[in-house]
Write a protein that binds this ligand. Sequence first.
Ligand code: ZN
Length: 244
Amino acid sequence: MDSLYLLHLMLFSLLGASLASWMIYEFDNYGKRYTSVLKRLSVRSKCDYCQEQVSYSNLVPVLSYIFLGGKTSCCTTKLSKKYIIFESFGALIFAVGYLTNTLEISILGFLIIFIIFNDEKYKEIPIWVNLALFSWVITFGYELIENNFLPALYLAFALILLYLFFLKVRGLEGLGLADIILLFSISLYLGFPDFLYLITIASASLLIKIILTQKLREPHAFGSWIAGTFGFFILFQEFYVSAN
Ligand SMILES: [Zn+2]
């Protein structure tokens, strides 16, 4: 392993950790309004306890946590373990992506994990993640789109009819519009009939969850299950089918 390769590996790991760090912030501050996109991207992290702005030297993911001994530098309160766990995981995802030449899968992994957490907690998929996933599909699946465009469009159309039907008849959203956008992007990538398998598996998994938790009347996130199943499909395709 030459030194340039090692340097790249370290840089990508740092990038993964930083991205994870940013996503933790986005997740914790979900729904917060910003005056501009620039403000949103340049917002500085504040201490979870005393709200003091975190200094630049303490913003290095993973390393700052270790260096500070897991405590904040401003008020020496114990930091949540979520930082070290998710930042290390982010670094690992990008490191593996770099080593196996599948960085695009690492990026997709980030988006899917974010959708799962956000949808389970807030019952919503932020529009920027949906757009990011759509961009991912047209970038890394552009040769599939020509074949898959019409089936995906039919599916989206059917889902919109279902959405309107629920809204009209039951007065509620049976599935969210964000779920429909998500399914459209995924269908563009998977094509027919694979997207039907995905919907079946995701629905069955959600049904099993509802039965096991016995929370029959509460609203359940569906997008998280769609995204999670898509993640499994991609992993299976990349690392199992390609290896055989
Ligand atoms: Zn503090």
